[in-house]
Design a protein around this ligand. Structure first.
Ligand code: ZN
Length: 244
């Protein structure tokens, strides 16, 4: 049994399509696990929701998903992100909205807890330090947690005393799942922020008891051209070139 772990697609259909193709080339998976933010920032929110719904998948909601359906306000978004949310709201069909409304904030699946931000605060909290990772150990019961939101492939391996160690995950790193509790982020599909513009995702292999991290090049210029056409904020367009 293999599952793809993906997060932060952000309405980037080119990146999402390239990741699905890469998964297929690697022999496919039984299920896609999505850690939220299917929409927001990018030019193809409807198409990305539609493509996700055609996968056998489970998904949790991200802050951009919830803002795009009016479940949270954009008060805590920066002006560019808020502008993209306003545009996104106008692109979604009622069926897209209903689907996003149906997404839970937390899902427990096998040995994993799936969230967008963190187990403690699934919508907003960024797990960016060993301190935050350690505090979050009290907020999930499974051995492992999968999260997104920071758009960076990273893991926090935690000892029984709660001390956690941060490891940035290079392409093709294999993360062995043992007795240690850990929290892992597959990185962002549609808006990576670790300085590598390629889409980032991971595959969990139950037999191997491991998660392997992958990077996939995609047609960034095509995504940017669509964003330009829709007059999305220029800073959101340029950042895709740099993975920032
Ligand atoms: Zn995001």
């Amino acid at each position: 049994m293999r599952c793809a772990i993906i997060a932060d697609i952000h309405a980037n259909l080119e990146a999402f399509t390239a990741v699905l193709e890469d998964i297929r080339k690697r022999g496919g998976v039984e299920e896609v696990w999505c850690l939220g933010d299917i929409v927001g920032y990018g030019p193809d929110p409807h198409e990305c929701v539609d493509l996700m719904r055609r996968q056998k998948h489970i998904a949790v909601a991200g802050n951009h998903d919830l803002a795009a359906i009016g479940k949270i306000t954009t008060d805590q978004f920066n002006p560019q992100a808020a502008a993209a949310v306003e545009w996104t709201i106008r692109q979604l069909s009622q069926s897209d909205v209903n689907y996003l409304l149906s997404l839970p904030l937390v899902v427990e699946k096998d040995d994993f807890t799936l969230v967008h931000g963190s187990p403690r605060a699934p919508i907003w909290e960024y797990i960016t330090s060993t301190q935050i990772a350690s505090e979050n150990l009290l907020h999930f019961e499974t051995p492992y947690c999968l999260f997104g939101h920071s758009h960076t492939p990273v893991t926090f391996r935690c000892q029984e005393n709660g001390d956690c160690v941060l490891q940035l995950l290079e392409e093709e790193t294999m993360l062995a799942l043992g007795r240690e509790r850990l929290l892992a982020n597959p990185g962002g599909v549609g808006q990576p922020r670790d300085g590598d513009p390629r889409a980032s995702y991971a595959i969990f292999d139950r037999e191997e008891k491991a998660i392997r991290f992958h990077r996939v090049a995609y047609h960034i210029a095509n995504t940017q051209a669509k964003m330009l056409k829709h007059k999305l904020p220029s800073s959101l367009i340029t950042r895709l070139s740099f993975g920032l």
